[in-house]
Design a protein around this ligand. Structure first.
Ligand code: IPD
Ligand code: CA
Ligand code: CA
Length: 268
């Protein structure tokens, strides 16, 4: 099921990637600030326009929640495409990989198909509900490692709202000592793909938006993994707090964030 949606998302991602690569090669694009350290470039806007255009030619009735036009604060019923035209804009603006196109297709609040294309290395991760997850045509699976001390953990750092930086640093300090290490790639969708492909064992972040996680979460679930919010529940799409990994890593990471963030900070 949802093969047409998957193929359309792949085509949209590839077309958007062509535009993004053109901007990257020419190195002349406008960069504006939406807020402190919150960048948007001409490439983000052109990519989003192209993705929506490609999807609309196949599915003219569908709804869109896309970062640069951001139309919903909660998920409506029915069919909706949740789009991040460049996830990792700061990376892109500095010529630092990874940066991704992320497209999630949802129906009635459930993810059905997902494509994340890491543009610089041309890695296409994708999944359809019930059919597993793939990277460039090959099935992927999350890591089987269940021992935190042998695990690599991905996260993102606060970059514009610094009110929770202290508990964040305490969690980092603990994890540095309890795991193989921490990685901050700069693109949440890519972090989620790294969990799905078993490159890292777990991921957690505070402050993400639906377009950062809508596609990656399905790719992880279809690769055998789990996605929760910071209380272990499933309010991660709009909840701005996410944990991902296998069962053991999710529970380990939940304990780590719960040790340092107040109850108020954990609840949505
Ligand atoms: C950002 C990236 C980053 C994360 C930020 C996101 P953007 O997305 O995913 O890794 O830490 O919270 O906003 O702004 O590059 O699309
Ligand atoms: Ca993003
Ligand atoms: Ca973005």
């Amino acid at each position: 099921m949802y093969q047409k949606e998957l193929e359309t998302a792949k085509r949209a991602a590839n077309e958007a990637a062509k535009i993004i690569r053109d901007y990257a090669e020419n190195e002349s694009f406008g960069v504006e600030l939406k807020g402190k350290n919150d960048l948007v470039t001409d490439a983000d806007l052109a990519s989003e326009k192209k993705i929506i255009e490609v999807i609309k030619t196949e599915f003219p009735e569908d709804q869109f929640l896309a970062e640069e036009s951001n139309t919903y604060t909660r998920l409506p019923d029915g069919r909706i495409w949740i789009i991040d035209p460049i996830d990792g804009t700061t990376n892109f603006a500095h010529g630092f990989a990874p940066y991704c196109v992320s497209i999630g297709f949802w129906i009635d609040g459930k993810p059905k198909a997902a494509v994340i294309l890491e543009v610089a290395h041309n890695e296409m991760f994708y999944a359809v509900e019930g059919e597993g997850a793939c990277l460039n045509g090959n099935q992927i699976h999350i890591s089987d490692e269940r021992e935190p001390s042998r695990s690599l953990v991905a996260t993102g750092f606060p970059y514009s709202m610094f009110d929770l930086v202290d508990p964040y640093l305490k969690v980092l300090k603990d994890l540095m000592q309890k795991t193989h290490g921490i990685r901050r790639a700069g693109a949440a969708s890519y972090d989620l793909c790294c969990v799905a492909a078993g490159r890292v064992e777990g991921f957690y972040e505070y402050g993400l938006s639906p377009w950062d996680v809508a596609a990656g979460a399905l790719i992880i679930q279809e690769a055998g993994g789990k996605v929760t919010d910071w209380t272990g529940s499933d309010n991660w799409l709009f909840g701005r707090r996410i944990i991902a990994g296998n069962e053991v890593m999710c529970s380990f990471l939940k304990d780590q964030v719960q040790a340092h963030f107040s109850e108020k900070d954990l609840e949505v």
